[in-house]
Structure formats: structure tokens, C-alpha cells
Design a protein. Structure first.
Length: 506
């Protein structure tokens, strides 16, 4: 990340490349297809929990698409003090599903208006504290960002697995050979297009594989387009359609914890995408991104939506396609707004079978993890304990993935924070990096097995200087005739000087 800051030479930033209308539409649609299942899942779950009828749930979904599109435009194009101007897709955050569900089920939560009010109030509090979060970039070296990016990819793999199996665990077809076979076919098409296609086809391999997979599913009777024409063609999200927001202290406090998690995850996503596209992300840019996140979350409840944050799976799409332009993602934001205004378009995309999304998701989410591993390869593991920081943080982040009920007996606030593998790994990585690499007082001078366990290497130039018959004895180098060969060292000024043998060794 050596490019100049946005304020000095914005034209040179890779994210500022404009690929043209056609490419923007194609790649933008690919971003929408990638995150569509996630953005509609939250309003679907909460709408059912609130007891809404199907038509009302449809309006809730449309509102989330509309709000997500506006939030994406704010984040990618930006306004003064708002928006990081990076290729990040915004949408309804999964982090608050459990908390908002608990508010809906509690007697004093206020129902859906209480949820919307809690989101607005907690997001406003989050907006006020963004200056604190925007100054943490020095605590996110490649060691930390690599851990977080890797964890993001691994955390998303269960989502891909559920998509592969059919998405709905209550369905009798969940996990059927037909669903898994369709996902496997889509997966194979992605790989085939990536290998055999041109550069353009390779970049669009995810989108093309979804189209081909959907057509195959339609031919096999595994998807149904008959309901596409049902419902209104155009519908504008009505402000406060679900009632004026109400504000309850307990609900707001519980949502504040969700906002803290959202700020951590959004910070990680902004830094991660900056690392992936190789552009500079400083505290000012991070602060602009977090303010856009919180402002979007404050305004989203007006239309009937919830907390907004960056979608990690779209960070993976940026990595797998190599398309770094923020205008591509901004075009995706326009598509989301249109989908929010044209429910019929949403019904068309909703007809894409979940196994098709799953087959493509395996590649996408795996690419996120691979990007994190690539970042971790830049970390210096010699004569330090960075290896144990990586091991402990990744292991801690995997706990809620391996055992989703692990924190069920803990207080709600604790479970809300650590139920996310991403926030768990991020918090652990930041703390351990501070303890071991910043607060060095008290560190043992005895090298641990983790510090010592690095691979021994020697430069090729050193090997090429050796001659046939050279040998080492008692720490000295001799030639074939037994004559000692001087070993040069660098002095404090970087100049070569013969190594002097200490007197004690004679």
C-alpha cells in the first residue's frame, strides 16, 4: 500500500479507474447477485419474527434494497466527510439479527418500531464516536489485517455451504443430491471460465456461471419464474410505513453493542479492501467510511431498513475479479436502488436458485481467505512471536464457527460481540499485537518455540561465492588448502569489514 493519499493525487488511485458504462453494468450486476441473498435474508427473518404478512415482508425487503443502494453510493462516490471512496457494497448487517430478534420478542421492546428506533439511536451514538475508531490504523498492520481477512473468508464458508444445500433447512430438498450437484456444476463452470476464457470472461466468470447455472436449473425444473409477474411493477418505499420509530433504553443499549461490532467489522473491511486493491487507507479515509456507515444506518429506518455495513463477500469478489474500480460498485448501488423501486426486478433475481449462489460462493469466500493468507505471507516471523499471534487469533475466531452455540450461556452483550468470528479474531489480534509488539515491557528475553520456529535460509549470492573444497570448522571458513577465508561483515555504517575473532576464542 504505497500509493499516495487521496488528497495528493487522486487520479493515480486504482479505485478511480472508470471502465465505461457496459463494463460497469456487467460487473456491478455481478456484485448485486453476489450479495443479494444476504441483503434480503435479514428483512425476511425479521419480518417473519415481527409477524408481518408476505406483502409487508416484500416491502421490508424492497426498503432494504433501496437503503443499501443509497448507502453504497454514499460510500463509493462520497461527500465531504462521508464515504471512503472504495469499492465497498453496503447492505443490511447480519451482526444485529439476534439482537433485533430479541427486541421483537421482548415485551418492552416496542416491536418493529422499537427496533427501528433502537437502530437510529445506537447508530447516532456510533456516529459520534467514529473519530476514535478512525485513529486505529496503526494498530492494523499486515499481521492484524491478514488475520481478519482470512477469518472473514473462513466465517463465510458456512454461508456458502448452506446455500449449496438449498438455503432453507426446513425444506425436504435441503442437502439433496440435486441441490449439491447444481452447486458443483456452477462451481465447475466458474473454474472452467477462469481457465479457458479471455481476461474479460475470466473476470465475469462468477456472473456468467450464475446465469448458466440458473438456465440449467430452469431446464431441470429446479427454479420457478412464474411468480415474477405477481405483485406491483413499481413501488417507492414509503417513509415510516411501519410506524414512527419508538425509543426504549434497553433496546438502544443492546443495539449499541451491535454498533460497536459493526464499526470493528467495517473498519476491517475498509482496511482489507484497501490492502487487496493496493491503495492507501489513512485515518481520515477510514473515518469518512465509518461516518458514511453510521449516517446510512441512521437514515435507513426511515424507509423501514436496518443497520448498514460493508458486505464481506463483495470484498472477495473484488479480490477474485481484480476489478478495483469504485464506479463499478457505485453502478451496483444504482442497480440496488432500482431493485428497491421495481419489485419485479427483485423477483427475477430472487428466482436464482440458492445452490447456484452457493457454488459461486465457495470460490468467492475462499478467495477472501486466500487474500488474507497472502497478506500474512508479508509478515516477519523471525525472532518474534507473530506466529503465536496468528495462531491464537485464528483459533479464537474459529470457535463460534465450529460451535455456534459456544457462547449461548454467556451474557447477551458478550454473545453479541463474540458470536461473530470476525469480531472475535479482530479483537484478539489487536490485543495480542498490542501486548506483544507495542507494550514490550515484561517480554521475556528467552526466545519461545514460536519465535525460534522459522525456516533457515541463505542467500544465493553467498552460495555462489563458495568454491569446490571449501569447508567450515569451528565457526571459520577454510578453502581446500586449509587457508582461512575472511568473512566480511557490515559495520554500523553499512560498509563491509573483515570479521574479527574475539580474543576469548584463541
Amino acid at each position: 500500500m504505497t500509493t499516495s493519499s487521496p488528497s495528493t493525487s487522486p487520479a493515480k488511485r486504482p479505485e478511480d479507474e472508470n471502465l465505461g458504462l457496459g463494463a460497469n453494468l456487467a460487473y456491478g450486476l455481478q456484485h448485486v447477485l453476489t450479495m443479494y441473498g444476504g441483503i434480503v435474508a435479514v428483512p425476511l427473518i425479521l419480518g417473519q419474527a415481527a409477524g408481518l404478512n408476505p406483502a409487508e415482508i416484500g416491502l421490508l425487503i424492497a426498503a432494504s434494497l433501496f437503503a443499501g443502494g443509497l448507502a453504497t453510493l454514499l460510500q463509493t462516490l462520497g461527500l465531504p466527510f462521508f464515504g471512503c471512496q472504495l469499492p465497498l457494497v453496503q447492505g443490511v448487517s447480519f451482526a444485529g439479527v439476534a439482537t433485533m430478534g430479541a427486541i421483537l420478542s421482548s415485551e418492552g421492546g416496542g416491536g418493529l418500531p422499537g427496533v427501528l428506533g433502537a437502530v437510529m439511536a445506537a447508530s447516532f451514538i456510533g456516529f459520534l464516536i467514529t473519530p476514535v475508531f478512525s485513529r486505529i490504523t496503526k494498530f492494523f498492520p499486515p499481521l492484524v489485517t491478514g488475520i481478519v481477512i482470512t477469518t472473514i473468508g473462513l466465517t463465510l464458508m458456512p454461508v456458502a455451504a448452506r446455500w449449496v444445500m438449498g438455503g432453507n433447512s426446513a425444506s425436504p430438498e435441503f442437502g439433496s443430491v440435486a441441490n449439491i450437484g447444481l452447486a458443483a456444476l456452477t462451481f465447475a463452470i466458474v473454474l472452467l471460465l477462469s481457465k479457458l476464457g479471455s481476461a474479460t470472461i475470466s473476470r465475469l466468470s462468477i456472473l456468467l456461471a450464475m446465469v448458466v447455472g440458473t438456465l440449467i436449473a430452469w431446464a431441470l425444473g429446479m427454479t420457478d419464474f412464474s411468480k415474477v409477474t405477481e405483485g406491483p411493477l413499481f413501488a417507492f418505499p414509503s417513509p415510516f410505513h411501519f410506524g414512527m420509530p419508538t425509543f426504549h433504553i434497553a433496546a438502544i443499549l443492546s443495539m449499541c453493542i451491535v454498533i460497536m461490532v459493526t464499526l470493528v467489522e467495517t473498519s476491517a473491511d475498509i482496511l482489507a479492501v484497501g490492502e487487496i486493491i493496493d491503495t492507501k487507507v489513512d485515518s481520515k479515509r477510514l473515518g469518512n467510511g465509518l461516518r458514511a456507515d453510521m449516517a446510512s444506518s441512521i437514515l435507513a429506518p426511515i424507509f423501514g431498513s436496518f443497520t448498514q455495513s460493508a458486505f464481506a463477500q463483495n470484498v472477495g469478489l473484488v479480490a477474485v475479479t481484480g476489478v478495483k474500480s469504485r464506479y463499478v460498485v457505485a453502478t451496483g448501488g444504482v442497480i440496488l436502488v432500482v431493485l428497491g423501486l421495481l419489485p419485479i426486478m427483485g423477483r427475477v433475481i430472487a428466482a436464482v436458485p440458492t445452490p447456484v449462489l452457493g457454488g459461486a460462493g465457495i470460490v468467492l469466500f475462499g478467495t477472501v481467505a486466500a487474500s488474507g493468507i497472502r497478506t500474512l505471507s508479508k509478515v516477519n516471523y523471525k525472532n518474534n512471536v507473530n506466529l503465536i499471534i496468528v495462531a491464537a487469533s485464528l483459533g479464537f475466531g474459529m470457535i463460534p464457527i465450529a460451535a455456534p452455540t459456544f457462547y449461548h450461556h454467556f451474557p447477551n452483550w458478550f454473545e453479541t460481540i463474540f458470536h461473530s468470528g470476525i469480531s472475535s479474531a479482530a479483537i484478539m489480534a489487536i490485543l495480542l499485537n498490542l501486548i506483544f509488539n507495542h507494550f514490550t515491557a515484561g517480554n521475556s528475553d528467552q526466545q519461545s518455540v514460536f519465535a525460534a520456529a522459522y525456516e533457515r535460509t541463505i542467500q544465493y549470492s553467498d552460495i555462489s561465492a563458495l568454491r569446490d573444497g571449501d569447508y567450515f570448522k569451528d565457526g571459520k571458513l577454510f578453502d581446500a588448502e586449509g587457508t582461512e577465508v575472511p568473512v566480511m561483515e557490515l559495520d554500523e555504517h553499512g560498509n563491509a569489514a573483515p570479521r574479527r575473532t574475539p580474543v576469548a576464542e584463541h
